[in-house]
Write a protein that binds this ligand. Sequence first.
Ligand code: 3HC
Length: 285
Amino acid sequence: MQIKMVGVLGCGLMGSGIAQVCAAAGYTTIVRELDETFLNKGLGRVKKFLDDGVAKGKVTAEARDTTLANLSGTTSIAALKDCDLIIEAIIENLEEKRTTYAALEHVVGAHTIFLSNTSSLCITELAAATKRPDRFGGLHFFNPVPLMKLVEVIRALTTSDETYQAVFAFAGSLGKEPITAPDRPGFIVNRLLVPYLLDAIRAYENGLGTIEDIDKGMKLGCGYPMGPFTLLDFVGLDTTYYIANIMFEEFREPAYAPPPLLKRMVLAGRMGRKSGRGFYTYETK
Ligand code: 3HC
């Protein structure tokens, strides 16, 4: 099938990045947010990233202008009516997603593929909430979306071969490297990353070393771009806590159980970079 027009639901950190890479790849892209304030914030993030890219010599002024010309924002679901493929990147809440898919079903064509960028919910359960379980799948991007090369393609139990192949090819057309991940909590990357992050917190609580030394150890000793605490702050402590709980509920293995310190930091509002404080303190703009 030919994909020309792409819709993105949600213009937060992930949604704005996803919309940006779709527009940069030449797709006519419409991103939908609930209100103008969130929409303008998300579109502003895209523009800033592209302007910074031009200033760094990583993006040409022409590529920036073409990307911005391919991208438009809306607060209306009906504006997505001509989209061939829609990527949902809204809040991680099953009911919100169900309601959004139901509204979309009324406006889009029968051929339209729905994809979710969820990092924690069951793709088969989301697919079952639609009238197109065969034209539904998971497409999981990584933060920061424009820089991270990987995308996980997840098949629901009901995803057709045709949809899976079209989605895999679409992911490649974005300049990303797709891998096929199973519809299990954590898919491939978070299945391995989350226990590592949780273990770093447990090790710190048990006196292994300072936050700075553990981070320095993993960064310089293993060549990771960020140590575990810098990465926890980057991903968001609330997000990590949420994913860990879902993984623990499914697998019932201690490796996925959120450590007490993580829970308390979330309860205290220390979510990481986005709240100005996590394991480190950040200047809020
Ligand atoms: N436009 C174009 N290119 C840009 C750019 C811009 N605005 N800003 C930066 N870049 C380029 C840089 O030029 C550089 O390119 P180079 O490697 O060719 O020189 C590259 O991007 C890296 O940028 P910086 O040098 O400014 O920054 P860092 O080297 O510190 O890298 C980072 C930043 C990419 C975020 C790196 O620290 C990193 O990879 N961190 C780990 C991130 C990670 O693990 N993400 C996954 C989280 S898990 C997740 O998302 C799943 C979810 O479900 C939880």
